[in-house]
Every structure is written in C-alpha cells, then in structure tokens.
Design a protein. Structure first.
Length: 170
C-alpha cells in the first residue's frame, strides 16, 4: 500500500531564515532572498563611494556591488577573518531586482522560525536603524534580529547616498 509523501518538513506557519553573526550580534534574513554564500575576496574598490560600499566583485561575469554590513550599521570596519564571507542576496521587487553582496563576520545556520514568534521591532534602543529591523526572535538564550534586507540594501537609498557623497567631494 502506497503512503503519501510529506512534501515539506517546514511547518506552514514558519519561514526559513539564514542566520549570521555581525559585530557580536546574530541576525536573520529570509532564505528565499539568498542566492549563495561565497568566500570573502576579489573585491575591487571603487573610489568616492560611501565607506560601507566596499566595491564590486565579478560573479560569473556579472558585476555585483558588495556592502559591508557592519559599516552600513554605523560601526567601524572590522578585521577580516577566515570565517568572514559574502552572502549574495537578491533585493528589490518586480523587474528591478539587483544582486548584492553582503559582508558578514560568519554564517551560522538555516533555521525555521514560526511567524507567531517574531515580535515587532523595538521602538528604541536598537544598535541599528529601526527601519532595518523586520522583527525580533528569541532563540534559546539570545535575541535574533530579523532584518528587512530590502531596506538595508535599498538601491534607491544607496544611490542617493552615493550622489550626495560625490557632490560633496566635487
């Protein structure tokens, strides 16, 4: 007698997230937006860009901008270690999608987070801009910051910041 196969090990009311460490804090981004994780290296710096834009990489013939997430959050540049890596994510919506690289200290795991367990972002006291936070999830002994990656890597905002910086240099 044939048995029905379970098509998904993930509960219907949860979503998969990639967790990573940055400046001693744990963050999570939706796994659906993650294209790949690559070793740190091969970044070509571009002059006159904001400090958090480290440069670009050649990813199989495509030019992909690389953002230092720690610098984007207003922290100082951190030392690159053997666990430092670049997460390639797709940001934007509709036809305007853009691949971007995000430098993080280390990647932790892929986890299922029940949606009912994600709390709203704090109104104050966060180490990063509140609009970058989609919510907070309490893991065993720590909070995981669930990021709104489209806001953190907003192509429009980054373009605007770059234009402002280039005008001030000129």
């Amino acid at each position: 007698m044939a048995q029905a196969l379970e098509t998904s090990a993930q509960p219907a009311d949860s979503e998969q997230y990639l967790t990573f460490m940055q400046s001693g804090d744990m963050y999570a981004i939706p796994l659906l937006g993650v294209k790949e994780i690559i070793e740190y290296g091969g970044i070509t710096p571009i002059p006159t860009l904001p400090q958090f834009i480290r440069g670009v990489i050649n990813l199989r013939g495509r030019v992909v901008p690389v953002i230092d997430l720690g610098c984007r959050f207003g922290k100082t540049e951190r030392e690159v270690t053997r666990r430092t890596c670049i997460i390639i994510v797709e940001v934007g919506s509709g036809e305007e999608n853009q691949d971007m690289g995000v430098i993080v200290d280390s990647v932790s795991a892929v986890i299922d987070i029940p949606m009912v367990n994600i709390q709203p972002p704090p109104a104050f006291g966060a180490k990063i801009r509140v609009d970058f936070i989609q919510g907070m999830w309490k893991s065993d002994d720590r909070f995981v910051i669930v990021m709104d990656i489209d806001r953190v890597l907003s192509v429009d905002e980054i373009t605007h910041l770059t234009e402002v910086l280039q005008e001030s240099v000129a």
